[in-house]
Design a protein around this ligand. Sequence first.
Ligand code: AMP
Length: 528
Amino acid sequence: MLGAMQNWDLRVTHIIDHAAREHGTREILTHWADGSETVTTWAGIRDDALKMTQALRRLGVKPGERIATLAMNHSRHLVSWYGAVGVGGVLHTVNPRLFDDQLEYIANHAEDQVLLYDAAFQPLVDRMKPKWTTIKHYICYDNGEFEQWIGAEDGDTQWAQGDERDPCMLCYTSGTTGNPKGVLYEHRSTMLHAITSVQPPIFDLDARSVMLPVVPMFHAASWGLPWGGAAAGIKFVFSAVNDPVVLCELMNREKVTHSAGVPTVWLSMFQHMDAAGVTLPTLRQAIIGGSAAPRFMIERLMRAGVNVAHAWGMTETSPIGTTGAKCWNWDLLSFDEQVDVKMMQGRVPFGVELRCVDLDDPAKVLPRDGQTSGALQVRGPWVIKRYFKAEADATVEDQWFDTGDVAILHPDGTLQLTDRTKDVIKSGGEWISSVELENAAMSHPAVAEAAAIGIYHPRWDERPILVVVTKTGAEVSADEIKTHLAVSVAKWWLPDAVEFVAEIPHGGTGKVSKKDLREQFRDYKLAD
Ligand code: AMP
């Protein structure tokens, strides 16, 4: 027997219909790369998205096909999110900070049909065009091209209909070993995530909120804000440039109440604020995630009366995993104790389950005792089942996704990240593969063995260092190794330091023990 309620598929086009209907006049402001500004509304975003849906149909785009964007945060990018899903397509947000091999791989792997891009990325597009084999249509957001393209349509159309389990969005993550991997979100998972993201303790969003999201729309779906923000009817202030001078000016002029970014972003804002004597009096919610927020950052924001939502999540979790929702006894804690709580990664909303398992015996589930650390696993309706185009595999079907993070769970559910098992380094919110650095280093004739680890860096959170054992009798300098690496990896991947050692620690199976190596370099200090 079925229940007797109405059919209302959990498709994300309902979100923009709602925003236009209930919050139609709420503004979306964009500060463009050339310094100009434009203002539209949720109703305007929907009108343009409908036109884009028609324009995509005219290009022959079919439901399920991938429509890629290579763009910073702005209103045309937001239109494209809803326009792409409106045609039944899959929005693929490409991270322009990836380097050429990765960009080539992901666009071809995704089989992107259309690419919408910022003029700032024209050189990248020109360089990659011959290598991208599936993209048939290139549309630039600037120079009037996008407006002209959608302006040829009247917007008198319907969103594509379909199943709520249809895919709607694709994001690649390089936070794993090997090639970047695609995470294919579905309408249903995205809707459930959006509904959760507007629960008060999550991001504290409502129709009064003015949000400047610094987290890019190509990073884990800008933490779902383009969906959640529409559901709550917030005002967005977008900046297509990430200059702290511009960001602070916008925040004060537009009376921004909410912002979101990785710790590196907050740090560069603080530096500018100190140098220019600027404060952010209207800000009351700072969402920090992607890397651990340092104590001084949390303290500074809290002293300024800002609520810090220190969140943990992954591209694979849409990305909300935990947020800084307050614990029941929050008001009974001293300021220092409150900072202690915020230093941890917070607690799950309803819909996410966490557990830690023994690092050597994953069948053993560990107690939530606030002491025992283990491999963090997660499950829920907006958590990945398998990567895009990966074969169905019985072990993943049991639904606990292995995060590659090492954590302690406290009795009240608070998550505390302590380490990582995945062999990647996160610098300024972007991933660096240690394995690729090591392979590149070991192709040098003087190198016997090399291991890359992340070291705390005050600005970038982590920077790689390379630990090298040279071949007997061989001589090589740190600079020679860096020059050798520069041939195969991006400049921002190059290790900040190369350290020569007699031996690199190995575990029982003969593999390099990164845990021991990190321990060995625990007090290592990098130059700023
Ligand atoms: P991404 O998929 O690029 O968003 O990266 C997700 C990974 O970033 C997680 O698995 C963690 O390793 C790391 N991460 C995210 N949030 C935090 C946080 N608040 N503290 C420490 N690490 C974090």
